[in-house]
Design a protein around this ligand. Structure first.
Ligand code: ZN
Length: 276
């Protein structure tokens, strides 16, 4: 079985200048496609259950589904909780087979974020689970604006929380439909000069493939979170299938028609950051 923790896939990626995709899961069709493509390409993948996913499907069910896929995969698969906002939520992930949790304290004060993240790191490490934290604030397209990561604060955060990976804000924004995010690689280098831990970029759907590759090769960013790009593929594909087949009413038949498209988009994502 190749169930992996976040550290197990990110440390070699950081060392060898590639990155691993953190792919946002909403259901069975997308998650099985992600794992199948990772296996085809023989690269690691992080499957992640974010707040939207957890609102739709309870964590115990997601845990079973993620572990089922991870355990039979021949490529390393990390089962990750994305944007946990409380200790209870992170603990529930740990109790249900997730091998990695993200605690998002980015809306708290620096000290509160450090204290809460540190206590979740302790919980996680006791259970053999990796923990990702966030410093600075990655905003949302049409929503709250970002707050850039301050390198000195990042250093303090990494040092005091002992988290395994650190999400940073350097121009990246969640929910981007267009790939026009501008990131200055020097902003990332300034952060990593002060703290040598795997870095994460949320909102990577907005970063074009060339820039993702460049960042993966030249910096310690070794996890790109990608949701919108793949959710868009699924939605567009489902709509086309429904319009093309007005006589089909069976939900599984309709959903299965999206799989080829999801796999194709997943292949593009994985090939551009994890294989050079
Ligand atoms: Zn995020």
């Amino acid at each position: 079985m190749t169930v992996a923790t976040l550290s197990e896939v990110l440390l070699p990626a950081k060392e060898n200048n590639y990155a691993v995709a953190g792919l946002v899961v909403l259901g069975w069709e997308d998650v099985r496609s992600y794992v199948e493509v990772a296996e085809e390409l023989q690269v690691p993948v992080i499957i992640q259950a974010g707040p939207g996913c957890r609102q739709h499907t309870p964590i115990p069910i997601l845990g079973k589904m993620f572990r089922y896929l991870a355990e039979k995969s021949t490529s390393p698969v990390v089962c990750h909780i994305d944007h946990g906002y409380s200790e209870e939520e992170c603990q529930m992930g740990i109790d249900n087979g997730f091998t990695s949790v993200m605690f998002d304290g980015s809306k708290l004060s620096l000290q509160e974020n450090i204290d809460k993240t540190a206590s979740i790191v302790e919980l996680g490490h006791k259970a053999g689970v990796s923990v990702e934290g966030e410093i600075g604030f990655v905003g949302y397209s049409e929503g709250k604006k970002s707050l850039s990561t301050d390198p000195e604060e990042a250093k303090k955060f990494a040092h005091e929380t002992k988290c395994d990976a650190m999400a940073i804000s350097v121009g990246n924004t969640h929910l981007q439909l267009n790939k026009n995010t501008n990131i200055d690689i020097n902003d990332i280098l300034n952060i990593q000069a002060l703290c040598d831990i795997p870095l994460v970029l949320h909102g990577s759907s907005g970063i074009d493939y060339d820039l993702r590759r460049k960042i993966a090769q030249q910096t310690n960013v070794c996890k790109f979170n990608i949701g919108t790009e793949l959710r868009k593929t699924f939605g567009d594909s489902l709509r086309t299938s429904i319009n093309k087949s007005p006589d089909i009413y069976d939900r599984n038949q309709l959903l299965n028609m999206t799989i080829d498209d999801i796999k194709k988009s997943t292949r593009t994502v994985l090939e551009n950051i994890s294989k050079f």
